[in-house]
Design a protein around this ligand. Structure first.
Ligand SMILES: Nc1ncnc2c1ncn2[C@@H]1O[C@H](COP(=O)(O)OP(=O)(O)OP(=O)(O)O)[C@@H](O)[C@H]1O
Ligand SMILES: [Mg+2]
Length: 411
């Protein structure tokens, strides 16, 4: 549509003289109606960049009276600054480039300015205009306010980002669940192989003792027979202990274990526990550190015993006999704090994550016996009472387990 001031004088000046030629008049009128009806802004520029015509939609969008625009530098009117307010030199303007090199420019990332100093995002096309002889005589610019589109794009982008985040969160959850399932299945196979292994050993020992007793019945002295019987008994006890441990874990997991707290002097309780035969260390007896001589708390004695004796037996088991171990007891901020510190083999960092899982044992235990159930029982018991357990360890330097148990207010 080659429109310019010469072909449409009444667009820019409605009071212009009526042309003599009726046909030309009809054509101009038709062009004017088309321009008036177009929803996009349309304006024409001469080679100086001055407005030769402008349609009503353009005038409305930039909030200028149509007739005031004619002859004005459109760059100065609506394109003087960038979106950030910095000045937009005319030489850099793509609209002017269109009638300098005669090529079409399509721009989507700029703003036009209204008369009141506000701006709006636009999309525009600047098309060079030529006369009948092919000479460049200016440009026609069509533009559209893309505020709504931008808004919709932003909403869409935000929705996309949110969706992306949701997907990432879900994926992470699924990955975590997957990981847990894998761990669970690993744990189960560890459980089965450990149970088989741990039960087979005492069963083999029993079978061997029984067979010796049978075969050499007449040759054996009463002391030897009694040693075999004691051995059978120890192996039966070991298996019974394992079954009890597994049952306890099962009970806690099924929420079937009920706490039975009663007033208990924990200081006396610890002293008694340390006096028991399995906690004796002739070369370095376990040291007991506590500021109070008496400390009554409400606690389930059976469970407290299990926590403490498991921690102590670990310390004894994983510490050379000439290295020290101590048990520290304190009450702070309505918490009972139990600490068992040793100077033993320590726990490798790689094993700490799974330390409280049933049957998980440190890779440095070599041939020290154990099933890997003690800590998982302790953890279940501690959590059952709303407490926490923490471990600090350095390989070949020692390990400290700290248990914190809340003390009910009536204690
Ligand atoms: N004080 C400690 N020093 C070094 N390693 C320890 C200590 N306590 C626990 N561990 C490590 O944690 C692992 C798990 O301990 P846990 O008490 O659960 O099982 P266990 O001692 O192997 O066998 P049991 O079921 O007979 O107690 C141990 O095998 C050992 O590797
Ligand atoms: Mg143990």
């Amino acid at each position: 549509m080659a429109l310019n001031q010469q072909s449409l004088p009444h667009l820019s000046n409605p009071d212009a003289h009526a042309p003599a030629d009726q046909e030309l008049e009809n054509l101009r009128r038709q062009h004017q109606l088309i321009l008036n009806a177009v929803g996009e802004g349309v304006y024409g520029l001469d080679l100086e960049g001055h407005v030769t015509f402008v349609n009503p939609a353009a005038a409305v969008m930039i909030d200028w009276p149509m007739e005031e625009l004619i002859g004005k530098s459109m760059h100065a009117v609506l394109h003087h600054s960038h979106a950030d307010g910095s000045s937009y030199p005319r030489e850099e303007c793509p609209i002017y480039a269109a009638f300098q090199d005669g090529s079409i420019r399509r721009v989507t990332e700029e703003v036009f300015w209204r008369k009141d100093g506000t701006s709006f995002p636009v999309e525009y096309i600047s098309t060079p205009m030529h006369d009948e002889t092919g000479d460049l005589i200016g440009a026609v610019v069509t533009f559209r306010d893309i505020t709504q589109r931008r808004w919709a794009e932003q909403i869409l982008q935000r929705a996309n980002e949110e969706l992306e985040q949701k997907v990432q969160r879900r994926t992470a959850k699924l990955r975590h669940a997957n990981h847990q399932l894998r761990e669970l299945s690993e744990m189960r196979s560890r459980f089965v192989s450990m149970v088989c292994h741990e039960f087979r050993n005492p069963l083999n020992n029993i079978a061997l003792s029984v067979s010796s007793l049978n075969r050499y019945d007449t040759q054996l002295t009463p002391e030897e027979k009694s040693r075999y019987l004691l051995d059978i008994n120890a192996n039966v006890e070991r298996m019974t202990q394992m079954i009890d441990d597994i049952l306890i874990i099962g009970q806690v997991e099924a929420n079937a274990l009920v706490l039975n707290p009663e007033p208990l002097d924990v200081v006396a309780f610890c002293r008694d526990l340390l006096a028991e035969p399995e906690h004796q260390r002739p070369r370095k007896p376990i040291q007991f550190l506590c500021r109070s001589t008496k400390q009554i708390v409400h606690s389930d004695e059976r469970i407290l015993r299990s926590i403490l004796s498991n921690l102590l037996s670990n310390a004894i088991r994983y510490t050379p006999p000439d290295q020290s171990i101590h048990l520290k007891l304190a009450k702070r901020h309505s918490q009972l704090i139990i600490q068992v510190k040793d100077h033993g083999i320590g726990i490798p960092a790689a094993d700490r994550r799974l330390l409280f899982e049933p049957f998980h044992r440190g890779r440095n235990v070599s041939n020290i016996p154990g099933t890997g159930l003690g800590l998982s029982i302790i953890k279940q018991f501690v959590e059952l009472q709303g407490g926490t357990i923490e471990v600090k360890s350095k390989i070949n330097h020692g390990t400290t387990f700290t248990v914190r148990l809340p003390i009910p207010s009536q204690a």
